[in-house]
Design a binder for this molecule. Structure first.
Ligand code: NAD
Length: 433
């Protein structure tokens, strides 16, 4: 393995993980961000996102002199042989991927890139972006490679260092091989392809995952209507090796910083290619309905009738992050359901292990408390919205003693219904007998 001098632009979930992990593999990495406070904190080894093992890798990298942090993209490219772009590509107007940050970085660093440098798109960008990047750079001596990232928040370091696959796409074989070589020590299957195919792999994978979740949520709804049990159905389905057990848990709808924007970008991508991608449209529509369906579940559980009023009904929410194991609230289905409950007039008190009271990311309509038993005080129902394992082991008898009515709506099928029932609660899940 050749040790490389690497620049990483953007120090969020993807950029910081990429930088710290590449440093741990022996490369010399300079990470840049526009957030001056963040750069200062990272330089002091302070990591403010919840990712197991990340703070340790950052500290090791700094101590070994292989990892440093600088303000502004241009400061990271000096002498770099490879530059990773790990900046946000949020959902833009009309659902397309907004590439303005990527483009501003390219404008900033274009003339500063050393000859022979390889620019790597690790941000999730639509098909055609590598080509557009090359056009924007307008540098014959700089190659552009697509190398999409598949890490999951909450296990980012583990996923980066133990990838299911590495995908590298470039129309210049030597540049693709240089990027693939950075990961050689990981021993992962590597797909070397053209840039457009690599770009499409990322969207195809995320859309497939979203589709799987929408599908299982639809099957859970059918279970409710037909008197079948979703956990037995998914177990039976998942043993089929062509399907697998992963991503077969029903929930309040998928969310997070990637699936919503990537499904939406895929629709736009297909649209621009004159293909009506009905499967993805239905995947998104099913997801939007799922959130509303959770509200109907709460209505039914609290009022005993469909369409019953939630006006001034106090509810205790367990979970706000988009999934367990992360502090990320972006496009959280828990927050989406909470917003619908508020629209319906409910009063919300919430507890989440990764969100403290006073967190400015939560809008004022939700009272966040630091204790699950306080969140349950005087509520008409406890609503589980995120699958934090610790909710399973709460003292449900203690919760039963503080609620106004012992009703649980478990939108994750997380709890053990027997335990909760023994504590005196009525348990309502998704698609369970
Ligand atoms: P993030 O919001 O966590 O981090 C982005 C970072 O980039 C921030 O620290 C921000 O300050 C910085 N930044 C913004 N503009 C900049 C600029 N001009 N110069 C330097 N730094 C700048 O984002 P993320 O979740 O790491 O996602 C980055 C990309 O990776 C997106 O395209 C996303 O779709 C993709 N991705 C994300 C995940 C994930 O799980 N989060 C997984 C795979 C791929």
């Amino acid at each position: 393995m050749f040790v490389r001098r690497i620049g990483v632009i953007g120090t969020g979930y993807v950029g910081l993980t990429t930088g710290a992990c590449l440093a741990s593999l022996g490369h010399h990495v300079v990470c840049a961000d526009v957030d001056a406070d963040k750069v200062k904190r990272l330089s002091a080894g302070e990591v403010d996102i919840l990712e197991p093992g990340l703070a340790e890798l950052v500290a090791e990298g700094i101590a070994a002199g292989r990892l440093s942090f600088v303000l502004g993209a241009s400061a990271a490219v000096d002498g770099a042989e490879v530059v990773f772009l790990c900046v946000p590509t949020p959902m833009g107007v009309g659902g397309v991927a907004d590439l303005s940050i990527v483009e501003s970085v390219l404008e900033e660093v274009g003339a500063l890139l050393p000859p022979g440098c390889v620019v790597v798109n690790k941000s999730t960008v639509p098909v055609g972006s590598a080509q557009r990047t090359a056009e924007l750079l307008d540098r014959e001596d700089v190659a552009v490679v697509s190398n999409p990232e598949f890490l999951r928040e909450g296990s980012a370091v583990h996923d980066f260092l133990n990838p299911d696959r590495i995908v590298v796409g470039c129309d210049q074989q030597d540049a693709a091989e240089r990027v693939a070589a950075l990961y050689a020590r990981l021993g992962a299957p590597t797909v070397l392809t053209d840039a457009a195919s690599a770009e499409l792999v990322k969207y195809a994978a995320n859309c497939f995952l979203a589709m799987k979740l929408s599908y299982v949520n639809a099957i859970a709804e059918l279970c409710d209507r037909l008197g079948a049990d979703i956990s037995d159905v998914t177990e039976g389905v998942g043993y089929d090796k062509r399907i697998g057990q992963a991503f077969l848990q029903p929930g309040p709808g998928w969310g997070g910083s990637c699936l919503p924007k990537d499904t939406s970008a895929m629709l736009q991508l297909a649209d621009a290619a004159d293909y009506e991608f009905r499967l993805i449209r239905a995947t998104i529509d099913t997801n939007n309905r799922q959130r509303q369906r959770m509200v109907e579940k709460v209505r039914l559980a609290v009022t005993g009738k469909r369409g019953g009023s939630l006006s001034k009904v106090r509810l205790g929410l367990l979970g706000l992050t988009f999934k367990a194991g992360t502090d990320d609230l972006r496009d959280s289905p828990a927050l989406a359901v909470a917003a619908l409950l508020r629209q319906a007039g409910a009063q919300l008190v919430a507890y989440d292990p990764a969100v403290r009271s006073g967190d400015t990311r939560i809008d004022e309509g939700i009272t966040v408390v630091d204790d699950p038993y306080v969140a349950a005080e005087g509520v008409q129902a406890v609503v589980v919205l995120t699958e934090w394992p610790e909710f399973r082991t709460l003292d449900w008898a203690k919760l039963a003693a503080v609620v106004a009515r012992p009703v649980v709506v478990d939108t994750r099928n997380l709890l053990d219904p027997d335990v909760v029932r023994r504590a005196g609660f009525e348990w309502n899940g998704l698609g369970r007998r």
